[in-house]
Design a protein around this ligand. Structure first.
Ligand code: ZN
Ligand code: ZN
Length: 137
């Protein structure tokens, strides 16, 4: 049996298919039940209202939403923070502007890599010619 430290409470537990110890899983399950219950009663709740009413962290609620355990389809005001800037969103992991910025950044990194490669190739070409010259003499 493999033992590991629970990432949530730090206690030793038997590693299994779960990402944390059974106590923490139970806690999270209870948190989920509370959120689900609250949302059943308050369909128009925002994530802040859910967090306030249940005492569950926004981070954890976001996780429930991402895992698909809490559906935002039936909760018109429920959104979760963008991974990067915290703007409330209702789809994907990032808001529109962060996604645009990331795409741009990735593109510029890619083109930087390109020119870096070109420079490298030229240098190699130059080295080759230099060696070639040396051979002639
Ligand atoms: Zn634990
Ligand atoms: Zn963002």
């Amino acid at each position: 049996m493999n033992l590991g430290n629970c990432p949530k409470c730090g206690r030793l537990y038997a590693l299994n298919f779960q990402e944390m110890c059974s106590d923490c899983l139970k806690n999270i399950e209870a948190e989920y039940q509370e959120c689900a219950q609250f949302l059943r009663e308050t369909k128009g709740a925002t994530i802040h209202e859910v967090a306030e009413a249940t005492g569950v962290s926004i981070r954890q609620i976001t996780k429930f939403i991402r895992e698909g355990r809490i559906s935002i389809a039936n909760a018109p005001n429920l959104s979760y923070p963008c991974e990067v800037c915290g703007t409330l969103i209702r789809e994907s992991n990032m808001c529109e502007s962060c996604r645009t910025r990331l795409t741009k950044e990735l593109r510029s990194v890619a083109s930087d890599g390109q020119s870096g490669n070109d420079a490298f190739n030229k240098k190699e070409d130059y080295t080759y010619k230099a060696v070639d010259k040396l051979r002639k003499y």
